[in-house]
Ligand binder design. Structure first.
Ligand SMILES: [Zn+2]
Length: 868
């Protein structure tokens, strides 16, 4: 073996360690198409990196074209995981939604064939300016992450989606282009972020381009000057990146954006082109891929129209026809690579769909040549080559855990299986594990004839001090709007590396290869078929607190419940509440025992607040087998993504605030999902969720107040259908509170007309924005709680969204607010008497403030419910 310099070796090892999961992920078609795509990829050495701000900003047709059509390494770097937007499929917000959107992107990438990266930036909600975004994220931190991804992925061409000007709309969009441009130069400069050079080398991409969103009616059709039109409303779904994670797509006819600045032409890509091997055009693949963003509602119809995407040159070497003009993407670009290309070309030419094993000989010939090349790209290709050999040999390989989860100190049993489904000569030579343990597996070499399999089983004890499988970016609490990740090598990764993976050494037709498989749990869900879960390490007992905040509306003790979920049988211990000074819990400590895994035991404490108004943090801690457990556990389950497990800290915010409310029975019409009902129950209210039959024929008169949840009118036909019944309820003396709905001209939200235009303009995104009272005597500001400026302190994320812009004179306004340098807007809260009751429209972000335990927001909302 030739000796490598220490630094090169560490780079090689590091890159190598990252490859297997990705190589597997790119084969959604395991048959002929998959093998052909793999063979083509082996002989193509071009690399493209696209940069934008959110899940769904990416130009998916461009990704599909380069990954599936040109067989290049193609990746999308999204600065954020889309934590700040609205969730269309459930109640998750913030980090939980970031997890969902991460998995939606990874699912989309399986279709378009690209890879996925993120920076540590958090989507903190809609931002109107680049400067606000830059201030919250910190210029250097995010630049450093983009530079890191460039140095590690080593793209030839970088593609921006946005322009870095106000034409991009969202401030986070602008920043993705501003920092993308800076990173293009900074990644090549060894004086920038030198601490990264321990792992990677400086890298200069050849050119930086911006993709336009012009889709011509036909090839060579009138597509206009490249890059002059912003990706605004009404663009083709595949190309319309304007709708950000934080900005649900606005209807056509929203506010017109300024034009993107023009750029010199850098070439075109046939993104509407049909690929007969795949059976789809890239635009069709893009529509399928984008439709994976369920939580954002970007589901799109297939588009079969031809068309091209044009590119404008931002920086680097000019190009005219193609963004790879003048870039050698063959094996000739690597020293010692010249002999590889012809061998792979022959393998592609001679490929027989019914006999893929015949291609192995050529791959075996290419292997030592590739293995001898020191360049990191060759190391990646070597791993892809080994996967391709395994694919040609019809090898089935998996590492199956006997359960989806394991506790520290618990027993883990894993069965690894290798099955030879071809006539290739295969031996299993050995293997090792990586992750929980890093050592060799005891495997006796075994020859596998056609249809023969080998099983390797091992049982081990998980180290008692093993950390839980928290997503890596959530292990430490975020610092403001940026995740804290201590290990540089994790930065940029889309997902947490597997808890454990098995690496197998095999000989196939004379070539020694290595493949790795993450340990997973595969099982059948009767109604859905097979599901696969990643193996996770979980606490023996998860300490779950039902709410993020506990509100004490008066100076009296309240019961606080803690739910203990056992992850093993007969888990026993003691539970205590760690309280700040002035607060008391009774009893101080409680013993518990949970008989079976999966069972939950509720433990109740009586918590007494201090006399004055205050907020504090309480921690619930279970002590089990000498170890303190201060983590809850949440499993996010949706059919379109793999199940995700996370471990929120078992903290709860305690809020002691004087809040009066004059109603008791509240009906709640849940919309797209929010956590308002539980928050309202904290005031001692009896909250009933209203289903379709309640709205159609239930006795609405039994409720003191009825509340429509966020976007209820957007997602519930039964609500629209029963609007007359709700207005009659008001006429008869009820109070009806309607929270924000996204703009839609067909919605008739109130007894008198008002307009909610949608789009990003009519909102107040700065959560500290000043709020004034146009009618200070309004009962909504006086009864039963007297509202003052203090009630607008401590708000989170934003003031409000989707304000009304015009309203009938029957309505009175209550609050006025605006973002910096804008005019005051009064359309965030309208109210009117109607018959004997009161109707209120309010698009302030109650659904964020109340679950977060903002005392002033509770007082304001209590006034809405109590209005008469
Ligand atoms: Zn966006």
């Amino acid at each position: 073996m030739t000796l490598m310099p220490a630094r090169l070796l560490s780079i090689a090892l590091f890159l190598f360690a990252l490859i297997p999961a990705r190589a597997q992920q790119n084969v959604p078609f395991p048959g002929t198409i998959g093998i052909e795509q793999s063979l083509d990829r082996l002989n193509e050495l071009g690399t493209v990196l696209m940069i934008a701000a959110h899940p769904d900003d990416e130009n998916t047709a461009v990704l599909a074209y380069f990954a599936r059509g040109r067989h290049m390494r193609t990746a999308y770097l999204s600065l954020t995981r889309g934590e700040g937007g609205q969730n269309l499929i459930g109640p998750e917000q913030g980090p939980q939604m970031g997890i969902i959107r991460t998995q939606e992107l990874l699912t989309a990438r399986k279709i378009d064939g690209a890879e996925q990266f993120f920076t540590r930036a958090i989507d903190f909600g809609f931002s109107k300016t680049a400067s606000e975004t830059m201030e919250k994220w910190g210029h250097d931190r995010i630049l450093s992450d983009i530079v890191w991804v460039i140095r590690r992925y080593r793209p030839d061409v970088m593609v921006l989606v946005f322009s870095g000007t106000p034409a991009d709309g969202h401030g986070q969009h602008q920043v993705s282009a501003i920092l993308g441009k800076e990173a293009f130069g900074a990644a090549a400069d060894p004086h920038q972020f030198p601490e990264q050079l321990k792992y990677v080398e400086p890298w200069r991409a050849r050119r930086l381009v911006r993709a336009s969103f012009l889709m011509g009616p036909g090839r060579g059709g009138p597509t206009g000057a490249p890059g002059t039109t912003p990706p605004a409303n009404g663009g083709t779904p595949a190309a319309s990146a304007y709708a950000s994670a934080s900005t649900p797509p606005a209807g056509r006819g929203g506010p017109q954006l300024p034009q993107f600045p023009p750029l010199p032409n850098a070439g075109e890509a046939d993104t509407g082109g049909f690929n007969p091997i795949l059976g789809y055009s890239y635009l069709e693949l893009a529509n399928m891929s984008r439709s994976m963003h369920h939580s954002q509602g970007t589901g799109a119809m297939r588009q079969v129209n031809p068309g091209v995407t044009s590119f404008g040159l931002v920086e680097g070497e000019p190009s005219s026809k193609d963004i790879f003009d003048g870039i050698d993407t063959t094996w000739n670009r690597l020293p010692g690579g010249a002999a590889v290309g012809p061998i792979l070309e022959a393998a592609i030419r001679d490929f027989e769909p019914a006999h893929p094993e015949k291609s192995i000989a050529a791959l075996v010939k290419a292997r030592p040549l590739i293995a001898a090349i020191a360049d990191p790209l060759a190391k990646i290709k070597l791993a892809e080559l080994d996967e391709t050999i395994a694919l040609c040999a019809g090898l089935f390989m998996e590492a199956q855990a006997q359960a989806a989860q394991v506790t520290p100190g618990g027993q883990l049993s894993v069965t690894t299986m290798v099955l030879n489904r071809s006539t290739a000569e295969v031996t299993l030579d050995g293997g090792s594990v990586e992750g929980l343990w890093n050592d060799a597996l005891e495997i006796k070499p075994v020859k596998l004839d056609h249809d023969q399999s080998a099983r390797v089983q091992f049982d081990r004890t998980v180290p008692p001090g093993q950390a839980y499988s928290q997503p890596y970016w959530l292990v430490k609490p975020p610092a403001g709007d940026v995740y804290q990740v201590d290990d540089q090598r994790l930065v940029g990764l889309a997902d947490t590396p597997p808890v454990l993976q098995v690496r197998l050494r095999l000989t196939v037709d004379g070539a020694a290869i290595e493949v790795a498989r993450a340990v997973k749990y595969r099982y059948a869900e009767r109604s859905e078929g097979e599901r696969v879960r990643p193996l996770v390490v979980v606490p023996a007992v998860a300490v779950n607190l039902p709410d993020a905040a506990e509100v004490f509306p008066a100076n009296a003790a309240r019961r606080v419940q803690v739910a203990l979920l056992a992850n093993g049988a007969n888990e026993a211990g003691e539970l205590r509440l760690d309280l700040p000074p002035g607060w008391k819990a009774e009893p101080r400590l409680q013993a518990f025992k949970v008989a079976a895994a999966g069972e939950v035991e509720e433990v109740t404490f009586e918590v007494t607040p201090p006399a004055g108004e205050t907020t504090a943090t309480m921690k619930a801690v279970a002590r089990v087998n000498g170890r303190d457990i201060a983590s809850g556990m949440q499993v996010i389950l949706y059919p379109h993504i793999p199940p995700q497990t996370l471990f929120p800290p078992s903290d709860v915010k305690l809020v002691r605030a004087n809040i009066e409310v004059k109603v008791h029975k509240v009906g709640y019409i849940m919309g797209a999902g929010d956590e308002m009902p539980d928050a309202l129950r904290q005031l001692g209210l009896e909250v009933t969720l209203l289903g379709p039959s309640d709205l159609e024929q239930g006795d609405l008169g039994r409720f003191d107040a009825i509340v429509a949840g966020v976007r209820a009118y957007n997602v519930r036909g039964d609500l629209k259908a029963n609007q007359a019944r709700l207005l009659n309820y008001v006429k008869d003396g009820g109070t009806y509170v309607v929270q924000y709905q996204t703009g839609d001209a067909s919605l008739n939200l109130g007894p008198y007309p008002f307009t909610v235009p949608g789009g990003t303009r009519w909102r107040v995104t700065v959560e500290e924005a000043p709020v004034t009272f146009p009618h200070p005597d309004s009962p909504l500001l006086q009864y039963p709680n007297h509202i003052s400026q203090k009630d607008f302190e401590g708000w989170v994320q934003e003031r409000g969204l989707y304000f009304a812009t015009q309203w009938d004179k029957q309505y009175q306004t209550v609050l006025s607010s605006h973002d910096p340098d804008e005019e005051g807007m009064e359309g965030g809260e309208l109210w009117t008497r109607y018959g004997k009751g009161v109707y209120i429209f309010t698009s302030y972000a109650w659904f964020r403030q109340l679950p977060a335990g903002v005392p002033g927001a509770f007082r304001l909302f209590a006034n809405l419910l109590s209005a008469k």
